[in-house]
Design a protein around this ligand. Sequence first.
Ligand SMILES: [Zn+2]
Length: 464
Amino acid sequence: MSDGVSGSASSGGTMSAANVEPAGEAQRLLGELIRFDTVNPPGAERAAQEHLAAHLTAAGFACELLGAEPDRPNLVARLRGDREGPTLCYLGHVDTVLADPAEWNSAHGPWSGDVAEGYVWGRGALDMKSQVAAETAAAAALARSGWRPARGELLIVAVVDEETGGALGAEWITREHPEAVRCDMLVNEGAGCVFEYAGARRYGVCCAEKGVFRFTVTTDGVAGHASMPSMGENALLKMAPLLARLGARQPSYELTAEPRAFLAAIGEDPDDPAGSIARLRAADERLATMFEPMLGVTFAPTRISASEKINVIPSRAVLKVDCRAPPGLGEEQVRRAIAEVLDPTHPSNHSATHPEEGFRIEFTERVVGNRSPMASPLMDAISEWISERDPGARTVPTILPGFTDSRHFRAAFPDCVAYGFFPQRHQSLLQTAPLIHGANERIDVRDLAFAAEFYRDLALRILG
Ligand SMILES: [Zn+2]
């Protein structure tokens, strides 16, 4: 472990920089970060941010804390090179979702940061204090070794408030201080856990995130006294066939560039998405569950309301549907998908038995998905590193069904290439996914080391 401050080191020390070992530092830093309770709301991230700022300042970074609220500053840490060049930004968030200690292994609670059984335990061990710790440790170790970018600059940006949408975090800082966080390449959360398929190891690189087209479905009826059920016209019962249709199917696949590239990269046929998903499902149901949403618009009904009173037949019922659409698809495609699934007169619903019922659709959120090009020098650097460090494995582009802070950076800096990538080779995607936002969140210490080495090597590759 190279924790000693080498004050006499000079710039251009790339040989020694390549040999710095950030693993131990990343592990210690992750434990420290977990022990700051940053459950959002309320977040209260200041103490954690000051801790990171002190760590990076001591290593040689110029640090700023910029926030909309005193208790919730964002950290921008900068290491400039000698010449003009690209700005590489490592982005992370230090807030977490809540955790109920009663649901956790009593020996290693959500704010323990314990190292035990080969894991670091605690809320944020995966989402995403691990990545913040790995990025910070790698950057600090490089800076302490005397390394400075030969060109461009390295930015570490740790934001607050991601888990509730980023209003005080990434959204705020890209709007209020764009010059502080402007970057050409960005690495954030979103993918990177290894998965095996068809005998090969693959690492997802998240190139895109789905958009949100949430809508309500409203049915109308006539109010009446519930003691005489046929007196009125029950709007809630008119929802039954609509719910049945939502439960029976999703809209047809509509493959954009990313899922086509994904299917090709895992050895499947982009022109046969149904067959591809069937084969994924046969290999492991969970792979199909995780990857199928990339292939088109999805609907998930999540809330319903009707009569306010138990004894009144409702004249109106409202169903809320969470709808996600891949980047490249917008309201027009979503409306087509709604008609396909819900409209009884649509050709796809020839077996529908209630051609008379009506409903209304209203959008409550319309946010198109965001993406970065799949081919770029940053992708090349990531892919080369994976093939060197895990021979035979390869990277595959993925779309996140949800969204991250990357969307704010892509919106603020249209030329910025942003990917989600935190490489894990021991703790696989199938092991990791259920722990995110779940009980007993933990990360394999070998993966924390693997990731920290990746962030070290990526900075050296991109910035020299
Ligand atoms: Zn996260």
